[in-house]
Write a protein that binds this ligand. Structure first.
Ligand code: NDP
Length: 294
């Protein structure tokens, strides 16, 4: 293996430590404790794991963590009423509604009900629009993590050719905007793109956010390129167990790439750390304090 392995676990731990320092400073200097409210509807096992991890990490950073667990049968109006209450609550600076929501609930209506100033998932159209316009915005956490991981390899992304495979509102589209803000030249690909391998082969930076196990192969990659694998796919590993793989064929791509993120241990680690960063930024903005140094 020739590629440098980008250690998401380590980089996320460093980021969480910096957030914790900043939270301690806010408490001391301004008596401000950033607070994150997480709303979980139903009992999807993967969502349960994510919510637990968010709770633990929020508390470990010295922030206040508020969990709201609601039945899958809850009426949409009751969920909207809870969000309105959290919007008004001065102890809450970030609101995250864990997705996916049950089919009976209209996701877009729920996201639109969150105060954009507290929208730490960066999914409200106001934040998405601000990001697209190049203005200050709360940006989705996974793409923010991708940028931090890339910058652990390249101090500047200016003029680099980047390809983002996937155009979801959660990952691909905001990542495109963040890369543009870094002055990269960006191609965004999706299920209708033609000659994906050829498009990838031109890229200095490759981001795979598709949800197809090991789709990106070694012969797609320009030698020395940096490869960031967002994909999380669960495959059967025999004896009833499962294993996680990304959207990139890690072993073979690591023979060609200059740097690569593993799955697990790459992007996934950064998502919650960036949620803490967004909560910190939201708390400072709501309190009228300068943007924190994290
Ligand atoms: P979506 O399903 O919302 O989007 C997938 C995107 O991939 C779509 O834009 C789709 O194109 C595109 N696509 C599908 N098939 C192909 C193909 N054959 N060639 C090129 N593009 C294709 O997924 P998400 O963006 O939410 O997530 C992507 C992956 O990232 C998943 O594995 C998910 O689990 C993971 N993830 C990981 C996170 C983390 O913290 N590490 C956080 C969020 C997601 P089209 O638009 O044309 O349909």
């Amino acid at each position: 293996m020739t590629a440098r392995i980008i250690d998401g676990k380590l980089i996320a731990a460093e980021l969480r430590a910096r957030v914790a320092d900043e939270v301690a400073r806010l408490k001391r200097a301004h008596r401000l404790t950033p607070g994150l409210a997480v709303v979980l509807v139903g009992n999807d096992p993967a969502s349960e794991v994510y919510v637990r991890s968010k709770h633990t990490q929020t508390q470990a950073a010295g922030m206040a963590s508020f969990e709201h667990r609601l039945s899958a049968e809850i009426a949409q109006a009751d969920l909207l009423a809870l969000i309105a209450k959290l919007n008004r609550d001065p102890a809450v600076h970030g609101i995250l509604v864990q997705l996916p929501l049950p089919k009976s609930i209209h996701t877009e209506t729920v996201i639109n009900a969150i105060d954009p100033a507290k929208d730490v998932d960066g999914l409200h159209p106001s934040n998405a629009g601000r990001l697209a316009g190049g203005f200050e915005a709360l940006s989705p956490c996974t793409p923010l993590g991708c940028i931090i991981l890339t910058k652990s390899v390249h101090a500047s992304l200016e003029g680099m050719n980047a390809i983002v495979i996937g155009r979801s509102n959660l990952v691909g589209r905001p990542l495109l905007q963040l890369l543009l803000n870094e002055n990269a030249t960006v191609t965004i690909a999706h299920s209708r793109s033609r000659e994906l391998a050829r498009l990838c082969a031109r890229a200095d930076l490759v981001y795979a956010a598709v949800g197809r196990p090991e789709m990106v192969r070694a012969d797609w990659i320009k030698p020395g390129a940096t490869v960031i694998d967002v994909g999380i796919n669960r495959l059967p590993a025999g004896d009833g167990k499962t294993r996680l793989v990304g959207d990139v064929a890690f072993r073979e791509v690591a023979e060609v790439a200059g740097a690569i993120t593993p799955v697990p241990g790459g992007v996934g680690q950064m998502t919650v750390a960036c949620l803490l960063v967004n909560t910190l930024r939201a708390a400072c903005a709501i309190a009228g304090l300068p943007k924190p140094g994290v």
